[in-house]
Design a binder for this molecule. Structure first.
Ligand code: EPZ
Length: 417
């Protein structure tokens, strides 16, 4: 298995180009199932999760061809099977996003229940409950979700918990339902809005995306479209934290600042100077970061996908900070590994108390989940000596060319096969 070897101590400077958003691309790829026409997607990130999703869609029978602008052309004219097998779903939970589109267009779907993952049990009960409210007959047998429906019927659905992929699955299903669907307590994440924008380009009738109430008026069919995936706000935030921790100055290009307010506010609170351009963010940090406390919550509050990265910064910050995780029940897997680097972190329930230390020491550490792995890269950038991060397949799921992008801004990082 590949590892990353990182020599700490360099201040980052230069430019980083951001890739398309993984968490927008994954539902939008599945939206290709909703039409018999071609869907042309641009700015697709080159990530393991994307290739897994394309493999699954190909398995179902969608024609997938990578175009020469680094995008992909999808065509789901006829599907050969209406199932997402365990072998594929177990490697990527977001495979559940084929359920809504498959049911809406073909009236049938057999999708493996995604297992849990390192950060939590990750149930999909709200996906199922919402589809049942739209008239689907669903039962679970031998680890598979078996779903059947005539034409789905519009319904008013209150989501007990804010769920990003739950909102996305139901929004996609509702585009072809008979009548109007209202999703209440819907997720407001920018990736939900990006999916809605793509669906609207395909002829869907959707209003309210980005608010907590989304209204979808079903249509008989959707047509093809060309659509560019939005920039990845979590990749953006990760490189901004790296610049802040290493007291450097980097310009992030091909990104958007309007999806990162909570993160930018916390970086300013830590002492960073931030300048916003048309599609760029420039951060410079002249001194040791100040400790910043935070609490994760659904968008537009501070994103759980940036929690581990800020914990890394707090490890070497001036002061004491608390980090409270309210979305997932086990998203502190990085704490043990950071302690190996010399961090001073105590966990009390879903809150970590981090006392900034003057420096970390390089060591061998292990990646456990996507964002935890990224936070270990950040900690390694400031640790004294060499840090080796094992099991970096977690990182490759969500960060395109991470060692090349960090090397371009002066990090001493190399992949060890
Ligand atoms: C999406 O996961 C993202 N993944 C996650 O990013 C992100 O951390 C998460 O949203 C929260 O922002 C993708 O978009 C592919 P949820 P998702 O459903 O949709 C509970 C990354 O690092 N819940 O919003 O699976 C659930 O247990 C990944 O890129 C139910 O109880 O998350 C959790 O506590 C990690 N029942 C809360 O809701 C359900 O049916 C939020 O989960 C669904 C969810």
């Amino acid at each position: 298995m590949d590892k990353l070897a990182i020599q700490g101590g360099m201040s980052l400077s230069g430019e980083v180009r951001i890739s398309g958003a993984k968490n927008a691309a994954l539902p939008i790829l599945c939206a290709g199932l909703l039409t018999a026409d071609k869907l042309h997607l641009g700015n697709l990130p080159k990530l393991k999760d994307i290739s897994t999703s394309l493999t699954l869609l190909g398995h179902i029978g969608m024609q997938v061809c990578l175009n020469d602008q680094g995008g992909v052309d999808l065509h789901a004219a006829e599907l050969s099977r209406l199932e997402a097998p365990y072998e594929l779903v177990k490697t990527m939970r977001a495979s559940i996003l084929v359920l809504g589109p498959m049911l809406a267009r073909y009236g049938e779907a057999k999708v493996s229940l995604p297992g849990g993952c390192a950060i939590g049990s990750r149930p999909v009960d709200l996906h199922i409950k919402g589809l049942q409210a739209m008239g689907a007959e669903i039962h679970i047998e031998h680890g598979y979700i078996h779903a059947k429906a005539g034409r789905l019927q519009g319904a008013r659905i209150f989501m007990d918990t804010v769920t990003v992929t739950g909102t996305e699955n139901l929004m996609m299903a509702a585009t072809l339902a008979q009548g109007v669907t209202v999703l209440e307590n819907a997720a407001r994440e920018p990736e939900v809005v990006d999916l809605a924008d793509c669906l609207i380009a395909m002829g869907a009738k959707i209003s309210g995306a980005g608010s907590d109430t989304i209204t979808i008026t079903g249509v008989d069919s959707l047509h093809g479209a060309s659509f560019n995936i939005m920039p990845d706000r979590i990749e953006t935030g990760t490189y901004l934290v790296a610049a802040a921790m290493t007291q450097g100055k980097i310009k992030i290009t091909h990104t958007r600042a309007d999806t990162l307010d909570a993160v930018l506010d916390k970086l300013r609170e830590a002492g960073a100077e931030i300048e916003l351009g048309e599609n760029s963010i420039t951060l410079s940090m002249q001194q040791r970061p100040r400790a910043v406390s935070l609490k994760t919550a659904p968008y537009p509050a501070f994103p759980t996908d940036m929690q581990a990265q800020f914990m890394a910064m707090n490890c070497i910050a001036d002061g004491v900070a608390t980090v409270t995780e309210t979305i997932f029940e086990n998203r502190f897997m990085h704490v043990q590994e950071m302690r190996r680097l010399g961090a001073n972190i105590e966990i009390e329930g879903n809150t970590a108390v981090i006392r900034g230390v003057d420096g970390l020491q390089g060591a061998v550490v292990m990646a456990t989940d996507l964002r935890a792995s990224a936070s270990l890269v950040l900690a390694a950038l400031v640790a004294e000596g060499e840090t080796t991060i094992e099991r970096i397949y977690h990182i490759d799921r969500g960060y395109e060319c991470i060692e090349e992008k960090f090397s371009q801004v002066g990090a001493r990082i190399r992949r060890v096969h």
